[in-house]
Design a protein around this ligand. Structure first.
Ligand SMILES: [Fe+2]
Length: 357
C-alpha cells in the first residue's frame, strides 16, 4: 500500500497540481485550510504533510506549530510549499520544524524527488525506532529473567544454609514474609518516612534472605547442638553476623550497583543487636541499629519461637510468643516496631492459617 500524503493549500489549482504530480505513486489527501487539515489529522495519520505557508485564517506556520504541540502529530514529517523564496522564510521553515521546503510553482521532478527522499528518511527513522524499541523490550525481559534467577539462587543458597541448623527450611521464606508485613505496615502508618520508601521495602525484602549467610562458617556441631552452647561455642555462633557481613562485602566488590546487597550487609551484621545496646556484634543502641536490622530482629525471633527446631518444640499458644516480644519491647526490640508487630494478631493468624498451621 502506497504512503499517504496530506497536501494543505487554499489554492485548489495547487492541490490539483500536487495530486497530478504525486497521485500515481502516493495516495493524496487534500485540505484547503489549516482547520481542514487539523480535522483530517484528528482521524488520520499521513506519512507526510505538504503545507502552503500563505493561507488565510491559519497560515502554514501556525498549522505546523499546532502539529508540534500535539504529541500524536508531532512526529509527522512536514515540507513547506512557498512562493516566497527569500532566506528569512527558508530559516523560518526549518525553525518551525519542517524537514524541507519546495518553491512554487512546483517543478514535478523537484517535488517528487523531495517527497521521495523525505519518505525514505521517514521509513529509515521508523525502522530504527522499531529496532530500538524491540531491543529495549528484549533487554528489559533479559534483566527481569536475570533478576528472577538471582533471587532464586539467593533463596536456594539461604535455604541450604538455614537447613543446616535444624530449622524446617522455611525460616528464610517466613522471615522474608514477616519483614514485608512489618515494613508495609510501618509505611502505611507513616512511620520512618525518610527511610521507608517503596524502593527501600522491595530492597529490604530482597535482602532479608541473606541475613544468616555467615552461618556457612559455623560448624554443624554447634548449629545442631541440642543442649546449651558453651561460651566458646556461643561466641563462634555470634560470629555468623560478622561472617555474613564479610561474605556480602566480597559480593559488593563485584556488583557495585546492587545496593540491596549493602542493605543485606546491614541486616546481616546487625540483626542480633539489641535496642538497649546489649546485643552483638557491636553493641549498637536504639536508632544506631539500621532500621532494616531492627525489623529483621523481630521477624527472626518470632519465627525462631513459632517454628519447631531439631533441638526445641514449636512454642504455643501464640500469646506466649506475644508475651516474650512484649517483654523485649524497648530492651531487645525497637518499641515502635514491636507495637506494630503485636497489632498484627488477626492478619498474622490468617497468614499462619493459610500455611496450614
Ligand atoms: Fe542470625
Amino acid at each position: 500500500m502506497s504512503e499517504v500524503i496530506l497536501v494543505v493549500d487554499d489554492d485548489t489549482a495547487n492541490l490539483m497540481l500536487a495530486k497530478k504530480i504525486l497521485g500515481n505513486e502516493f495516495r493524496i489527501a487534500a485540505a484547503n485550510s489549516g482547520e481542514a487539515a487539523c480535522r483530517y489529522l484528528e482521524h488520520n495519520r499521513p506519512d507526510l504533510v505538504l503545507v502552503d505557508i500563505n493561507m488565510p485564517e491559519m497560515d502554514g506556520f501556525e498549522l505546523v506549530a499546532r502539529m508540534k504541540e500535539n504529541p500524536q502529530w508531532r512526529s509527522i514529517s512536514v515540507i513547506f510549499l512557498t512562493a516566497d523564496k527569500n532566506e528569512d522564510t527558508e530559516v523560518r521553515c526549518f525553525q518551525a520544524g519542517a524537514v524541507d521546503f519546495v518553491g512554487k510553482p512546483f517543478l514535478p521532478e523537484v517535488l517528487t524527488s523531495r517527497v521521495k527522499r523525505t519518505l525514505e528518511l521517514e521509513r529509515y527513522r521508523n525502522s530504527l525506532e522499531k529496532m530500538v524499541e524491540e531491543q529495549a523490550e528484549q533487554l528489559t525481559g533479559a534483566l527481569r529473567r536475570i533478576s528472577d534467577i538471582q533471587e532464586h539462587v539467593i533463596m536456594g543458597m539461604a535455604n541450604l544454609i538455614e537447613s543446616r541448623d535444624g530449622s524446617t527450611g522455611k525460616h528464610v521464606k517466613n522471615t522474608q514474609t514477616y519483614v514485608r508485613m512489618i515494613a508495609e505496615e510501618l509505611e502505611r502508618r507513616g512511620l520512618f518516612p525518610d527511610i521507608l520508601t517503596r524502593d527501600y521495602i522491595e530492597k529490604l525484602c530482597k535482602a532479608a534472605p541473606l541475613h544468616d549467610v555467615g552461618k556457612i562458617q559455623v560448624p554443624d556441631s554447634i548449629l545442631q547442638k541440642p543442649g546449651r552452647l558453651t561460651e566458646e561455642e556461643y561466641n563462634r555462633m555470634k560470629d555468623h553476623t560478622s561472617c555474613s557481613s564479610a561474605i556480602l562485602d566480597e559480593i559488593i566488590g563485584d556488583v557495585e550497583e546492587e545496593d540491596y546487597i549493602r542493605l543485606a550487609k546491614d541486616v546481616a551484621m546487625c540483626h542480633h543487636e539489641r535496642w538497649d545496646g546489649k546485643g552483638y556484634p557491636r553493641g549498637l543502641k536504639g536508632e544506631e541499629i539500621p532500621l532494616g536490622a531492627r525489623i529483621m530482629a523481630l521477624a527472626d525471633v518470632f519465627d525462631a519461637l513459632y517454628e519447631e527446631r531439631c533441638y526445641k518444640p514449636a512454642m504455643r499458644p501464640l500469646e506466649k510468643i506475644y508475651q516474650i516480644l512484649e517483654e523485649g519491647k524497648g530492651t531487645q526490640f525497637d518499641p515502635v516496631i514491636t507495637d506494630v508487630f503485636l497489632s498484627f494478631d488477626a492478619p498474622l493468624r490468617e497468614h499462619l492459617a493459610t500455611r496450614g498451621w
